[in-house]
Design a protein around this ligand. Structure first.
Ligand SMILES: [Zn+2]
Length: 88
């Protein structure tokens, strides 16, 4: 096995991309809870692949917090699976 080159990819950077803070230029509904994020308010843009092109729906801070929690839970489950495979 050759040593992989470059930066280790993360699941976040590979699949959907990393959420980035974004200041709303106009009132925009949150993609998840539909709450309106007012103009000038910080929200998050989360790149999302849909049928070959990338969308950038925005999410309010509360929804991003929930998404981050879910990501952690998914990661822990994946971590556990990887550990089981490694030790088998
Ligand atoms: Zn929301």
């Amino acid at each position: 096995m050759t040593k992989p080159k470059g930066r280790t990819p993360s699941l976040l950077s590979q699949s959907n991309g990393t959420p980035a803070t974004h200041t709303c230029g106009k009132a925009t509904p949150c993609d998840r809870c539909q709450a309106t994020v007012l103009k000038g308010t910080i929200c998050f843009r989360v790149p999302k692949m849909a049928s070959g092109f990338t969308n950038h729906p925005i999410f309010c801070v509360d929804c991003v917090a929930a998404i981050v929690e879910q990501t952690k839970a998914d990661l822990s489950a994946l971590e556990e699976t990887v550990r089981q495979v490694q030790s088998s």
